[in-house]
Design a protein around this ligand. Structure first.
Ligand code: SAM
Length: 321
């Protein structure tokens, strides 16, 4: 197993099935960049082989299927059952939820137990302003279907000062009523945000989120697993919520994530644009592939930051949020 000086190794793999997305969220992409797949994306077979190799070479225990929008990819239907059969402790999906009603039978039949749905507001007009596409009612319907099937749903919300912070309390109520854990993701300084003033204007940090929640609820901080990215809180008799505090409370020193982009590149750190191409490895038989992969994993692990997220011009949809 490859371990760095901070004792970190890769345990969690995020695979971006496609860079294409049916949304164009204001914080993720600049206008007009929707629905673009990366050039030469891996096939479902190549992705399946990549995950099998990474389980063996890196000791991957958990896989999250993300994107872009993973449910948009034609690969989703064939790859999901394949990944579900691999020797993993956990397989989960991150989706914007828009296609969940169309794919819920597939997801349920494949045996998925955990899904994160990204949702930034419960206001239908605001929803379209932020996502610049899609339909709120469809997402809410998909969430109900997943819950009815007994799937554990978490909701990811990115609070932005000028767009949706008034939604923090309504979103929390909606989640408490359904036994959903809401996770606030601090706005990350990535992609076009890095070269505009939008980040400075919209960043709404952990202290302010807690202050807003404190207007209505009492809460206490609870334990979270060692390599969890979220700081977790409990509101007695109501439920839990979390904050992914990239900026306020960075989790780099215990990060175990590795990312595989849709075009076969390995990223050891969200805060580094340096990636390593796995495509050639995928043309080799297993014993040769594993040897070659070790070197790429050492290089990828060396990309991890020791202290905090610095931000990058890379866009989340390419490397898998
Ligand atoms: N399409 C899927 C979805 O919407 O969940 C998966 C990909 S999306 C890039 C994954 C997550 O990244 C979403 O929860 C989204 O809100 C988050 N995200 C994207 N850009 C971000 C940014 N600049 N700061 C914080 N979160 C961001």
């Amino acid at each position: 197993m490859i371990v760095d000086a901070h004792g970190r190794r890769f345990r969690n793999l995020r695979i971006s099935l496609t860079a294409a997305c049916n949304y164009a969220c204001t914080y993720c992409v600049p206008d007009g960049k929707r629905l673009q797949a990366a050039q030469a994306e891996l096939s479902a077979d190549e992705m399946g082989y990549a995950v099998r190799l990474l389980i063996e070479a890196a000791g991957i225990e958990k896989v999250r299927i993300t994107g872009g929008e993973p449910l948009l990819s034609p690969k989703f239907d064939t790859l999901l059952p394949v990944i579900m059969q691999l020797p993993l402790d956990d397989v989960s999906i991150t989706t914007n939820g828009q296609l969940v009603p169309r794919k819920s039978a597939l997801i349920i039949n494949a045996g998925v137990r955990r899904i994160n749905v990204s949702l930034d507001t419960l206001d239908a007009d605001r929803f379209r302003l932020i996502a610049r596409s899609g339909d709120l009612a469809t997402v809410l319907l998909g969430i109900e279907q997943l819950l009815a099937a007994g799937i554990k749903v978490k909701i990811n919300m990115v609070p932005m000062r000028t767009e949706n912070v008034d939604q923090i309390l309504p979103m929390l109520d909606y989640c408490f009523e359904r036994g959903i854990e809401l996770r606030f993701i601090e706005l990350m300084n990535m992609g076009h945000l890095k070269v505009s003033n939008q980040y400075a204007q919209d960043f709404f940090g952990m202290d302010e989120i807690l202050e807003r929640i404190g207007e209505r609820h009492e809460f206490t901080r609870t334990d979270a697993p060692y390599d969890s990215t979220a700081v977790r809180y409990e509101v007695p008799d109501q439920g839990f919520f979390g904050i992914i505090a990239n900026e306020s409370e960075p989790f780099c020193s215990s990060c175990t994530r590795l990312r595989l982009s849709s075009n076969g590149r390995l990223y050891g750190c969200l805060s580094s644009a340096t990636s390593y191409d796995m495509r050639e490895v995928l043309t080799l038989p297993k014993h040769q592939a594993l040897a070659r992969l070790q070197r790429l994993l050492v290089l990828s692990l060396a990309e991890k930051q020791s202290v905090s997220f610095k931000g990058e011009v890379t866009v989340m949809k390419f490397i898998g949020g």
